[in-house]
Design a protein around this ligand. Structure first.
Ligand code: ADP
Length: 670
């Protein structure tokens, strides 16, 4: 590639004469080289060598005499990497006598094949001073060594090393993965080991006996519970045949064989060694190598408990069967699942007819819906059931039964069962009817008697009046006094007879009430007039605290007056002189409430309720006339209740009593 043609301009004669070899070296250097003038910043090209021509693909003639930077052509790719400043700097340094190397500069050369295209090239540039004999820098030697191949191979290398890195990374990752896998495997092994240990521990600590047999049904392993259960040591068991050691369980062999063949078996077995009997629940599972794993639970206690329970249940049922009462049990939903013997005896029914809801067939159809409604309400709410209704006997007769059903709750309070009894109250009914009849005849007797007594008494009264009016002639003082006494007794007697008659009438339900709207305040004030006089006479403070507005009650005016008079008269009667009586009237919850409070003797707790019974008087003195017969309060309460009201008392001995009369407010007052 070197040109043999001699250089036309031979600077050697003027500049390089002493170093002919240097010149030759310049010309034949494989590095592109040029000699530059010192005329910064143009750096005129004085000479180039063949390698430069080859490298730049330009003719020597085109280059000589041009400025260095003129001969470098612009290229889009390299304009940024042109390196002008570095090159100028290196040339300046060389001008100053210093050799300078720029190790890597990119300068692409025009592509000889395609016009306008460039070929990528990398260069190492060296700028060196050229000295004359006098030691002065006279020119610059600018060499460009093509390092494209090196650069490429380095890039390639770095690409390769990146690939190698990648490869290494992959290998490292694989190694790590392998390590991790092996660690995991180790851990799994450990885990399996601990699981096995744990399983063994569990088996060991289990109360249930556990053992493993090989295909010949010889003991391979067993837990302590097993050794304890059969009272033999591990050494005595391992390797021994199950059948030989425990011939008593021979009848369960088929389960073991089934399990050995692959089908797990479960059975309950009673084992007896002559001394004691053990009930066991046994699970046999197939094990490795044709053997079996066995779990063996001692359920003797449970079996015994169940037997005892059955026994006590039988006892209980026998007892309940013996009861004269009909009895039964039902599930929480009301389904009757058991009746005692007596039920079947009375109803003449059969078990299969009665089960569940069959009992309806022995009820009175007219009452059944009410019974069902109440029973359903109790099942839904869990409330106790109590009702009286007739039940049909096997003899075709209905008899009254008092039925009580109590719920049995579990720990959470939910109903689990119902216990029912039906008690025949036919006799009680009959007795009550008899008592009612007796009471009725008593009342009739009283009514008749008082009526019969009243007739002659009226006659006595009439004749007394005749005598006192002196229509039968004049009376002397003594006669008059006597007649007055007779008259007071007569009045008291007719009062008592009136009370008895009155009571008899109320008791027999013969009292008619004439209910209207009554001003209760006005009624109290009417009685007040009578009572005030009695209070003054007995030195009692008498207070009436009545509301300003009218309170209308729904009542019979005369009966109301009678009650008030009775209560207030009692208060006066049973309060010693110096005491006080306070009467108030209020409305509470749609009722008028009258309270009569006194500071009298009071009534002992035991007597509080009985004073409302007829003919009851506390500390009754038979020889104390003029104190009534103990009918006032019973008549008053009967009257109050007859008007849909009530009469009650609160009292403390020595402190006083409060009688409370309640009557419904009239519709207009509500
Ligand atoms: P009696 O005709 O005896 O008054 P009552 O039926 O009116 O009959 O009263 C029954 C009994 O109640 C009385 O005998 C008396 O012992 C007791 N009693 C009634 N009211 C009072 C009262 N305000 N204070 C104390 N005891 C009373």
């Amino acid at each position: 590639m070197s040109s043999e043609k001699p250089y036309e301009h031979d600077p050697m004669t003027s500049v390089f004469s002493p170093v002919r070899d240097a010149w030759l070296a310049f010309r034949h250097s494989s590095n592109a080289a040029m000699i530059l003038d010192l005329d910064s910043p143009t750096w005129t090209v004085l000479e180039i060598n063949d390698a430069f021509q080859e490298a730049t693909l330009q003719n020597r003639e085109h280059l000589i005499g041009k400025g260095l930077f003129e001969i470098f052509q612009e290229n889009d790719e390299t304009s940024r990497d042109y390196g002008y400043i570095e090159i100028a700097h290196a040339l300046e340094a060389a001008t100053a006598g210093q050799r300078m190397v720029l190790p890597l500069q990119r300068y692409d050369i025009p592509d000889p094949e395609t016009a306008g295209a460039f070929v990528e090239r990398y260069w190492q540039l060296t700028s060196s001073p050229v000295w004359n004999a006098a030691g002065e820098v006279v020119a610059l030697l600018h060499e460009a060594q093509d390092v494209t191949v090196r650069e490429r191979s380095m890039a390639e290398q770095s690409r390769h090393s990146a690939a190698a890195d990648e490869q290494n990374r992959r290998l490292a990752a694989q190694a790590e993965e392998l390590q991790r896998a092996s660690r995991e495997l180790q851990e799994r092994k450990k885990e399996a080991e601990t699981q096995r240990e744990r399983a063994e521990n569990i088996l060991e600590t289990m109360a249930d006996a556990q053992y493993v047999l090989d295909s010949e049904f010889r003991f391979v392993s067993l837990n302590t519970a097993m050794a304890r259960a059969v009272n033999l040591s591990r050494e005595q068991l391992i390797g021994q045949s199950l059948w030989k050691l425990f011939p008593g369980i021979g009848d369960t062999e088929r389960y073991y064989r089934e399990a050995a063949a692959g089908t797990a078996a479960h059975f309950v077995h009673e084992y007896s060694d002559g001394r004691l009997t053990i009930s066991a629940e046994v699970d046999v599972y197939p094990s490795t190598g044709g053997g079996v794993a066995v779990f063996w639970r001692d359920i003797t206690a449970r079996v015994d408990a169940e037997a005892r329970l059955r026994e006590s249940e039988t006892q209980l049922r026998t007892m309940v069967d013996a009861l004269p009462t009909l009895a039964w049990t039902a599930r929480a939903d009301g389904y009757i699942d058991w009746y005692n013997e007596q039920w079947y005896i009375y109803t003449g029914s059969r078990r299969e007819d009665m089960e569940g809801w069959g009992w309806q067939s022995v009820h009175d159809p007219a009452r059944l819906s009410a019974v069902m409604a109440e029973w359903t309400r109790c099942i839904d709410s869990g409330a106790k059931f109590e009702m009286t209704f007739p039940l049909l006997g096997g003899d075709g007769k209905f008899r009254p039964f008092l039925t009580r059903v109590a719920p049995l709750h579990n720990a959470d309070g939910a109903v689990v069962r119902w216990f029912g009894t039906n008690t025949n109250i036919e006799h009680e009914h009959a007795a009550r009817r008899l008592a009612e009849e007796a009471n009725e005849s008593k009342t009739t007797f009283l009514a008749t008697m008082s009526h019969e007594l009243r007739t002659p008494l009226n006659a006595i009264g009439g004749y007394l009046d005749l005598l006192l009016m002196e229509l039968r002639g004049p009376l002397n003082d003594m006669q008059r006094t006597d007649l007055e006494r007779i008259r007071r007794s007569h009045q008291r007697l007719s009062g008592l007879i009136n009370d008895v008659l009155h009571f008899a009438k109320i008791d027999s339900g013969h009292t008619a009430f004439e209910i209207t709207s009554v001003d209760i305040g006005a009624a109290i004030r009417q009685v007040e007039e009578v009572v005030s006089l009695q209070c003054t006479a007995k030195d009692l403070a008498c207070d009436f605290e009545l509301p300003q507005s009218r309170i209308l009650v729904s009542a019979d005016g005369d009966r109301l007056g009678q009650i008030l008079l009775n209560l207030l008269t009692n208060a006066v009667k049973y309060t010693p002189p110096g005491g006080s009586i306070v009467t108030t009237c209020d409305t509470i919850n749609g009722d008028a409430v009258v309270r009569i409070a006194d500071t009298g003797d009071g009534i002992a707790e035991a007597q509080l309720q009985t004073i409302f019974d007829p003919f009851v008087q506390v500390g009754r003195r038979l020889n104390a006339p003029g104190e009534g017969v103990g009918l006032g309060l019973s008549i008053s309460r009967a009257l109050a209740e007859g008007m849909n009201g009530s009469l009650s008392v609160e009292s403390q001995v020595g402190k006083g009593s409060v009688f409370t009369l309640t009557l419904p407010l009239a519709q207009s007052s509500r």
